[in-house]
Design a protein around this ligand. Sequence first.
Ligand code: 5AD
Ligand code: SF4
Length: 491
Amino acid sequence: MSRVIVSKDELDRQREYCVLIGDLFRRVKVSSDRFPTYSIKTYGCQLNESDSEKMAGYFELMGLSENENTPDILLLNTCAIRENAEERLFGNLGHFKALKTENPRMIIIVCGCMMKQSSDLERLRKHFNFVDLVFGPQDIHTLPEMLYHRVSEGQKIVHVSDEDYLPDDDDLPVLRKRRFRALVPIMYGCNNFCTYCVVPYTRGRERSRDYRRIISQLEQLSEQGYEEVMLLGQNVNSYGKDLPGAPEFPELLNEIAINKWFSRIRFMTSHPKDVSDRLIDVMAKNSSVERHLHLPFQSGSNDVLKRMNRGYTRERFLDTALHYRNEIPEGTISTDIIVGFPGETEADFEMTLDLMRRVRFDSAFTFIYSKRPGTAAEKFTDEVAPGVISDRFSRLLHLQNNHSLLSNQSVIGNLEEILIEGISHTNKSVYTGRTSSNRLINFTIPEDSFPVDGSFQITPDNEAWLEGKKAMVRLIHAKTFSIEGRLESFL
Ligand code: 5AD
Ligand code: SF4
């Protein structure tokens, strides 16, 4: 695989295809009585979310509008991290086939990390031949060109590149899903080759975006009114290592913070082996940087960590986590944990529980090990029995749920600044938002708090008004995954 910078000229060429497709649709119309619509379903991580925002940007340039229920173009952006993510996609494809039977001119596009797995690609070709267009995570910038050929010439297209493309994101059109939050990848790919992980194979080698271009993009986003920026990368702490002379991640974070462009700066993911004292120092000194660190530890056993090729020991992880706790006492730490990695003994697992007790993670994403084709761990033979894994998994969940609840209980009574995200999906008189420490807050708004006229009907307009507003919320009741609160004032 080689690294290829995608030029502005190339991206301009793709924009021209958007115009051509728009013209084509105006003439032939995919569906007979109206201009075509699109829908994007995104599986997996924030980087996929960000890719989907770019592809939505292309669709909008073509003049298409979004229609979740009866789209003429359906795009599925897939994830290969664990087998269950893949099975979910194949399960859903059966349903989409039925939609295509109802609307035969529908175009189904499948892209993302699964397309880099040859076994998945084969299965797709063999059993799901109604899919019209297939491409990999490195090819999203060429969506307009591929779609144009599909629509104008009719043949199915499969195009999965091995090149490590680095498109200059500020030249790509983007339709952002949240009006207050800008997802901004600062780097792509991963060089770490953890033995269980497909990402280095699906997303290629690490490549950092140009420092100055990131900075000027962020300045523009701030001028456009985004309150929150989320800097993305598989391992943001190795930002710049492939760019001779470029500042490293803590300096990037510091520059963004001192410019005061955003009220909240978030970032993910940090690899424990690359978190430096300097990073923690920059976080501590800049209040706009979130009071939250996502630091996946995966296993508390040095033996397992070694076989996972994680590049740190439990002692070093503990040092980093406890240093963070000392420097930013109000901050939270979340983590990722894998249970049942091949060869994990009861003693190894106990070390995982022990590490959890020492750090008391405020929240955790917990996973059962999933064997991935092409990874080094695929060949590890000492698999843990499923019954043992599920027993360990429930013990782990039990401990973490305790810790999560205790963590939420520790802030009850506080008045905290939150950034409002919108109306709760489950209860329309409840609003949701997050603290700077990334705690999820579900809160009510007393009638007389609305600045409008004391009464507030929930309409799309005032929901839009609320999104991205800041407010002071009293935290009242702790649950395991969220906190209930009451708004005291808007900011
Ligand atoms: N099996 C289980 N969990 C995995 N993860 C990555 N690969 C696997 C796998 N093969 C988890 C890790 C990582 C998170 C994004 O997904 O915990 O941090
Ligand atoms: Fe996968 Fe490890 Fe890279 Fe994370 S750091 S993407 S777990 S290989």
